[in-house]
Design a protein around this ligand. Structure first.
Ligand SMILES: NC(=O)c1ccc[n+]([C@@H]2O[C@H](COP(=O)([O-])OP(=O)(O)OC[C@H]3O[C@@H](n4cnc5c(N)ncnc54)[C@H](O)[C@@H]3O)[C@@H](O)[C@H]2O)c1
Length: 341
C-alpha cells in the first residue's frame, strides 16, 4: 500500500482529500496542529471510509516532529495543505503568514529531502494570479498576488519548483484552487470556520441557520449581467478527486522527473453572488435575508478557471453543479450548526 502524508489533513479541504485517498486505496497519515480544525473531522472520515487515517498532531515548522514522523512512516508522497488562509488576516498579520506558510513549507520540504520523500502536491490558490486579460484564466496568466496570503502561496510554489528541479527523482504538482465549497454528501464533514467567515458560502450558511442576521451583497454595480461579482465555485469533493488524480499521475510513468506542473482546479463556469443566493434559497426551501452593501476594496469583477489542462493532464473535470454545492453545504450546516463543536 502506498502511504500519503496529508499536512493540514484535519481541515476543510484536507478532510475531504483524506476521505477520497482512503476510498481510492491509499494509506494516509494526517499531520496537523489543529490550529484551525478539530480531530473530530478525522474521526468522522474514519467512520465514512473503510480505511483509518493515522493522526499525528504537530506543526510544520517543527523539524524534529517531521523527522520523527518520516522515520515512523514509510511515506511515498506528501499533499501539503497545512497553512493559514484568510486574506484579511494576512494583511493584518503578514509576519504570521510568512512564518507558517513560507517557513513552515521550507521546513517540510527540507524534511522530505532528508528522508528521501520525492513527491509533493501543493495546495495553491487562484489568488496568486494578477490582473487577468483572458477570462477564463489559464495557468499561463501572469502572477501578481496583491495580499500577503497570495504572496506566500506564490513563494511556496517557487520554492517547491526549485527544489523539484534539482532533487534526484523529485516530481511535484501545484494545484491552484478556485473557490472550494460544499461538503461530503453524508453531511458529516464540512467547512467549520472559526470566527467571522470571510467567504460567501460559509457566510450564507450561517445566515441560513440564524447565526447571522443578513447576507451583505458587496456591490451590485459590477459590469456583469446582474451587477454582482462572479466567481468560480468548485465542489470540495470534485477538488478532493483532483488530488487523488494528481497523486496517481505523479506515481505513474506519465510524470517527468524534476518537473512541477501547475494545474487549475475550477469548474470554468462562474456564478454571481445573486445566483449563489438564489441557489441557496432553493436548496434550503426558504428565504435568506440579503441586502446590497458597498463594494469591498480589492474585489474584482470576475474570476474563473480555464480547467482544460486538468482535463488533459489528469483526466479531471468538475462533476457537481451549483445546486449540488448548495445542497451538500446546507446538509452539513443544518446537521452541524456549530461545526464540530
Ligand atoms: N478554502 C479555500 O478557499 C482555499 C482556496 C485556495 C487554496 N486553499 C488552500 O488549501 C489549503 C487548505 O485550506 P482549507 O480551506 O482546508 O483550510 P483549513 O484552515 O480548514 O485547513 C488548513 C489546516 O492546516 C492546519 N494548520 C495550520 N497551520 C499549521 C501548522 N503550522 N502546522 C500544521 N498544521 C497547520 C490547520 O489546523 C487546518 O487543519 C490551505 O493551504 C489553503 O491556503 C484554500
Amino acid at each position: 500500500m502506498v502511504k500519503i502524508l496529508a499536512t493540514g489533513g484535519a481541515g476543510f479541504i484536507g478532510s475531504h482529500v483524506v476521505l477520497e485517498l482512503l476510498n481510492s486505496g491509499y494509506e494516509v497519515v494526517v499531520f496537523d496542529n489543529l490550529s484551525n480544525s478539530s480531530r473530530a473531522s478525522i474521526e468522522r472520515v474514519a467512520r465514512l471510509t473503510n480505511g483509518t487515517p493515522e493522526f499525528v498532531e504537530g506543526d510544520i515548522r517543527d523539524a524534529a516532529a517531521l523527522d520523527a514522523l518520516f522515520k515512523a512512516h514509510d511515506i511515498t508522497a506528501v499533499i501539503h495543505l497545512a497553512g493559514l488562509k484568510a486574506v484579511g488576516e494576512s494583511v493584518a498579520h503578514p509576519e504570521q503568514y510568512y512564518d507558517v506558510n513560507v517557513a513552515g513549507s521550507t521546513t517540510l520540504f527540507n524534511a522530505m529531502l532528508r528522508h528521501g520523500v520525492k513527491h509533493g502536491v501543493f495546495s495553491s490558490s487562484a489568488t496568486v494570479y494578477g490582473e487577468a486579460e483572458v477570462m477564463p484564466m489559464p495557468e499561463t496568466t501572469p502572477t501578481g498576488p496583491v495580499n500577503p496570503y497570495g504572496k506566500t502561496k506564490l513563494m511556496i510554489e517557487q520554492i517547491l519548483t526549485d527544489i523539484t528541479s534539482i532533487g534526484p527523482g523529485w516530481r511535484s504538482m501545484i494545484l491552484r484552487y478556485f473557490n472550494p465549497v460544499g461538503a461530503h454528501k453524508s453531511g458529516q464533514i464540512g467547512e467549520d470556520p472559526l470566527g467571522f467567515p470571510d467567504n460567501l458560502f460559509p457566510f450564507i450558511a450561517q445566515v441560513a441557520t440564524g447565526r447571522r442576521a443578513v447576507l451583505n451583497i458587496f456591490g451590485d454595480d459590477y459590469p456583469t449581467p446582474d451587477g454582482t461579482a462572479i466567481r468560480d465555485y468548485i465542489h470540495v469533493m470534485d477538488l478532493a478527486r483532483g488530488h487523488v488524480l494528481a497523486i496517481d499521475y505523479l506515481l505513474s510513468d506519465k510524470a517527468v522527473d524534476n518537473e512541477t506542473p501547475v494545474v487549475n482546479l475550477g469548474t470554468g463556469k462562474g456564478s454571481s453572488v445573486k445566483e449563489v443566493h438564489a441557489a441557496w434559497e432553493a436548496a434550503c426551501g426558504f428565504d435568506i435575508p440579503a441586502q446590497i452593501a458597498p463594494r469591498r476594496a480589492g474585489d474584482v469583477t470576475i474570476y474563473c478557471a480555464d480547467a482544460a489542462k486538468a482535463k488533459e493532464m489528469l483526466g479531471w473535470e468538475a462533476e457537481f453543479d451549483l445546486a449540488k454545492m448548495c445542497e451538500d453545504h446546507w446538509r452539513w450546516q443544518k446537521g452541524n450548526p456549530e461545526g464540530y463543536r
